[in-house]
Design a protein around this ligand. Structure first.
Ligand code: GSH
Length: 241
């Protein structure tokens, strides 16, 4: 039995759900309430030392890092395959995951503002200091501090948006040969990009996911949204309507 500790709107969790659904794997869903900082609790830190979601528990053993989890699932349940055959293309796939992971800070700028800043801004200085103490990484401590006290500026959001549009440019170029990021088929590289493109298309720079600006990305995105696994993975809107 598999248990997935995740969040419906979390990009990294979405990757793992996409992978599980492509493979038709059943799992028990444990939603982590980030507004209540459940992911920084001592119990959760035992299964994910980075204090982030998702975490997959398989046969009683925890695994963190969404890209690693997707590769693990593909190795454990190879059918249908979500990795290219050749070692070179697998290496390219991992580089995509790494590159996209490196852009997460640009999504966070939009996440905190919309999602958790309201809660965080109500904490007293003492409460805030207490909460920051439980966060394992400096980078995430800073993100929570920003959410609570120093909202991101227009300039910072513009810079983050520009970085995410550069990601679309890079994807556009990579899609030229086959319509997929690596090799000839949908793979974990595409899955890694999906939650980012979802956010860009929905709210961050919707004018960029268009036939005029990024035609190959737009086709790729339409093809992915038409996959039954995409619907089952429940990649819904990030923002409250
Ligand atoms: N590289 C990690 C990133 C995980 C991550 O940043 N998760 C976010 C949600 S998408 C999170 O837990 N944020 C909570 C926080 O930073 O406090 C992965 O891919 O699993």
């Amino acid at each position: 039995m598999m248990i997935l500790h995740h969040g419906w709107r979390s990009s990294a969790s979405r990757r793992v759900r996409l992978c599980l659904e492509e493979k038709n794997l059943a799992y028990e869903s444990h939603v982590v309430d980030m507004a209540r900082l459940e992911h920084h609790s001592p119990e959760y830190l035992k299964i994910n030392p980075n204090g982030v979601i998702p975490t997959l528990i398989h046969d009683g053993r925890p695994l963190h890092e969404s890209g690693t989890i997707c590769e693990y699932l593909d190795e454990t349940y190879p059918d249908p395959p979500l990795r290219p055959e050749s070692p070179y293309e697998r290496a390219l796939m991992r580089n995509w995951i790494r590159h996209i992971d490196g852009l997460i800070g640009n999504l966070i700028i939009f996440n905190w503002r919309h999602h958790l800043a309201k809660t965080a801004s109500q904490w007293s200085d003492e409460e805030l200091a207490e909460k920051l103490k439980n966060i394992p990484s400096k980078e995430r401590q800073e993100a929570w501090l920003r959410a609570a006290r120093k909202p991101y500026t227009e300039e910072e959001r513009d810079a983050a948006r520009a970085k995410l549009v550069q990601l679309l440019d890079r994807i556009e170029d990579a899609l030229k040969p086959s319509g997929w990021l690596v090799g000839n088929a949908y793979s974990i590289a595409d899955i890694a990009a999906v939650p980012f493109v979802k956010r860009i298309d929905e709210e961050i720079a919707p004018d960029q996911v268009t036939a005029k600006k990024h035609p190959r990305v737009t086709d790729w995105w339409n093809n992915i949204q038409a996959r039954p696994a995409f619907t089952r993975a429940k990649i819904g809107p990030f923002l409250d309507s």
